[in-house]
Design a protein around this ligand. Structure first.
Ligand code: DX5
Ligand code: ZN
Length: 215
């Protein structure tokens, strides 16, 4: 499976979103990762549905929406309406994961499950049929610019083993850079979220370096 790159908008210059989105679109990235934070599930706040709806008309990139919100079912319809192409919910934030995934799919879009670093992968076993992407957090969610947690590598391998035979992407999010990207890809990840790495300095060079280091 070829590796896909998903710049995390949270790492961009938040005062200049349109130009930052254009810059990554010109690099032919596969999707735009958008972090939604409610100040409750995670100790930070980011991107609401109205803002995402406004951004929808500015780019053709698929919107990969990472919901870091408690009880996501309340908000899933708003983000589907805002133009999300995939919505991902945290296993830790929903009481009925299967129901949340079905709800996302009822809008005709893709559904994903996110696991924080402490959550065992076994929890995914009975929802694989409803899952298009598994997002493994390789830092604790809530902030950009944190360091990659090394034992994530074993966890990626466990997930890759579990999804054999399924058409499920394995995405990683947190601390992805030229040093960690080859390791996570080697372990089985095929979608790289990169926030601070993408937007610090020369965006085009950063994306091309990232692509080349996992070739
Ligand atoms: C953190 C977010 C990430 C964040 C990644 O909770 O989910 O998407 O933007 O930032 P970096 O790539 O800087 O670790
Ligand atoms: Zn994210």
């Amino acid at each position: 499976m070829s590796v896909k790159i998903a710049p995390s908008l949270f790492g961009a210059d938040l005062g200049n979103l349109e130009s930052q989105i254009k810059a990554v679109e010109e690099c032919n990235v596969e999707m735009l990762h958008i972090d939604v934070m409610d100040g409750n599930f995670v100790p930070n706040i980011a991107f609401g549905p109205d803002q995402i709806k406004m951004l929808r008309s500015k780019t053709k990139l698929p919107f990969d929406v990472h919901l870091m919100v408690q009880e996501p079912d309340r908000l899933i319809p708003r983000f589907a309406d805002a133009g999300a192409d995939i919505i991902m919910v945290h296993q830790e934030a929903t009481t009925h994961l299967h129901r949340s995934l079905k709800l996302i799919k009822s809008f005709g879009i893709k559904a994903g499950v996110v696991l924080t670093p402490a959550t065992p992968v076994d929890t995914l076993k009975y929802v694989l049929d409803e899952t298009d992407m598994i997002l493994l957090m390789t830092v604790n969610p809530g902030y950009g610019g944190q360091s990659f947690i090394p034992n994530s590598i074993g966890k990626i391998k466990d997930i890759a083993e579990m999804v054999k035979g399924y058409d499920i992407d394995i995405q990683v999010d947190g601390g992805i850079n030229l040093e960690t990207a080859p390791k996570v890809v080697e372990a089985g990840a095929n979608v790289l979220v990169a926030g601070s790495f993408t937007f610090k300095g020369d965006i085009a060079k950063n994306i091309s370096d990232l692509r080349n280091c996992v070739k």
